[in-house]
Design a binder for this molecule. Structure first.
Ligand code: G3P
Ligand code: CA
Length: 238
């Protein structure tokens, strides 16, 4: 029988909580996920913060670009109320807070969304001490190339869509540890071939039970899920 995939809480427990907040990430950990995935931007004064969009409107009560605000301005925003009154008061976390939250043994997939050179400079000293506990992944090949030069020992992963990119060739070229495709167009044969070559595959994102069934059949090393509860149940781990 194929080894079960690691269950990755996508932005924490996205289906139930305000994504990328401590309450969401903590809820996924309490549920028993093996890994967390979250997104990184840089504040105007050079702090790494955990938020998905480049702009604040969708997931906070602020406006404008994340990168135009200082950390203290970002910390005053409400990052939970948009998802429900009970989440009011949740803040945009810093990367340091998220790193402190995860217990040993939980793998952290940190996605770089703001790919300016200052991000790599700031990120390396924060994640390098974590060793194999963290994977820095991105859709941006140029970022991954520069990051790998700056921190060759840190694991990296290439995000993408197999319909738009030869992910194996790109993963080889960039010296990535992981290939991280969305599930669209992905086949079990691709996953098996890449993993036989030594890449770890993290497929995403499981949004419902049908996705979870298909994701399990793909047999990747790890499976990102908006609804990690559904995935854990299908794997017999609830
Ligand atoms: O885990 C990969 C996935 O998070 C990439 O897409 O937009 O959800 O960050 P997105
Ligand atoms: Ca992400």
């Amino acid at each position: 029988m194929a080894k079960q995939p690691l269950v990755v809480g996508h932005r924490g427990w996205l289906a139930k909580y305000p994504e990328n907040t401590l309450v969401s990430l903590r809820a996924a950990l309490d549920l028993g996920v093996d890994a967390l995935e979250f997104d990184l931007h840089l504040s105007r004064d050079g702090h790494v913060v955990v938020v998905h969009d480049a702009t604040l409107e969708r997931t906070t009560d602020g406006t404008g670009r994340v990168s135009d605000h200082t950390l203290s301005e970002l910390r005053r925003l409400d990052a939970g109320g948009w998802r429900g009154r009970e989440f009011r008061g949740e803040r945009i976390p810093t990367l340091e807070e998220v790193l402190a939250l995860a217990p040993p043994g939980v793998l952290l997939y940190a996605e770089v969304k703001d790919c300016r050179p200052a991000m790599a400079e700031t990120l390396v000293p924060l994640v390098a001490p974590l060793g194999e506990a963290v994977v820095v992944h991105s859709f941006e090949a140029d970022f991954l190339e520069g990051f790998r030069r700056a921190a060759p020992a840190v694991r990296t992963g290439l995000l993408g869509n197999v319909k738009k990119l030869d992910m194996l060739a790109e993963g080889r070229r960039l010296g990535c540890w992981g290939i991280h495709p969305c599930m669209e167009g992905l086949t079990p044969e691709m996953v098996a071939a890449w993993q036989a070559e030594g890449f770890t595959v993290m497929a995403w994102a499981v949004r419902d039970e049908a996705d979870a069934r298909r994701g399990i059949e793909l047999a990747p090393f790890a499976l990102g899920a908006d609804c990690p509860d559904v995935l854990l149940r299908l794997l017999g781990r609830d």
